[in-house]
Write a protein of this length. Structure first.
Length: 264
């Protein structure tokens, strides 16, 4: 080969044969190999999945399905979080609704247990709760009083059993044991005077029940007077037998009337 130089004379020079274009050829050959590999992957991807996947990894290829899947997973994650939060709110509302219903039932049941005088004119729930507390205290006081009376009646039964029917000894013992003391004496034939030393009527002494018991025993009430002495009442009842032939057991009548007078 020859080169030309722009001078006055034409000069032919021989280019050294050692100069070659091997390096560009090498680069061109590598490019051809890469193109052939890519063409081989695209043509034989369906026939050889392993080689196709290796080629994709080699060239950093990512399928659209994976891209869409990752995008959908991110979207589902946000949606699931919102759905879970909404579900928790719904569960909380349902629990609160059930709690309010149960509390309303309990309040209604409480109102049904309270006497009318405790809830009369009271409409709010807080007032009902306060009246329930007052009613409980009131019942506790009644229980204490009834417990004392119960113990007194037990002692009365024990004393009556050990007295052997002696009215005098029984009355003397009962004077210190029971709040309401009953004594019976015979004035004339068929006429009896019943004396009851009792607590006040406000405390619940059942005088009417005593009178009914006297009539039930076959006696007719003639007079009944009450006198207040030292914060107590002294009831004097005169009665007569309806039938003169009817025998009245004074000790048994006294015991029955004492039980009725202290059982309230």
């Amino acid at each position: 080969m020859f080169s030309f130089q722009q001078t006055d004379e034409l000069v032919f020079r021989e280019i050294p044969s050692s100069i070659s274009f091997q390096q560009p050829a090498t680069n061109q050959q590598d490019l051809i190999v890469e193109l052939n590999d890519h063409h081989h992957v695209s043509m034989e991807g369906n026939l050889n999945p392993n080689s196709a996947s290796k080629a994709r990894k080699r060239y950093g290829y990512q399928s659209p399905s994976k891209i869409n899947s990752a995008t959908n997973d991110q979207g589902l994650g946000v949606g699931d979080s919102k759905d879970e939060h909404t579900q928790r709110k719904l569960v909380h509302r349902e629990i609160e609704r059930q709690r309010r219903q149960e509390m309303a039932k309990l309040y209604a049941s409480l109102r049904g247990l309270l006497p009318l005088e405790f809830i009369k004119g009271k409409r709010s729930t807080s007032d009902h709760m306060q009246q329930a507390v007052n009613y409980i205290k009131h019942m506790q006081e009644n229980i204490k009083v009834l417990s004392v009376k119960r113990d007194q009646l037990k002692k009365f039964v024990e004393i009556s059993g050990g007295a052997g029917g002696s009215g005098t000894n029984t009355n003397e013992s009962l004077m210190n044991q029971l709040p309401n003391i009953v004594s019976i004496s015979s004035c004339n034939v068929g006429i009896f005077e019943i004396m009851i030393n009792s607590c006040s009527i406000e405390d619940g002494f059942p005088l009417s029940r005593v009178l009914k018991a006297i009539v039930k025993e076959g006696l007719n009430v003639i007079t009944c007077t009450s006198t207040k002495v030292n914060e107590r009442f002294l009831h004097s009842i005169q009665s007569e037998a309806i039938d003169d032939s009817l025998a009245i057991d004074v000790s048994m009548l006294q015991q029955r009337l004492t039980t009725i007078a202290n059982d309230y």
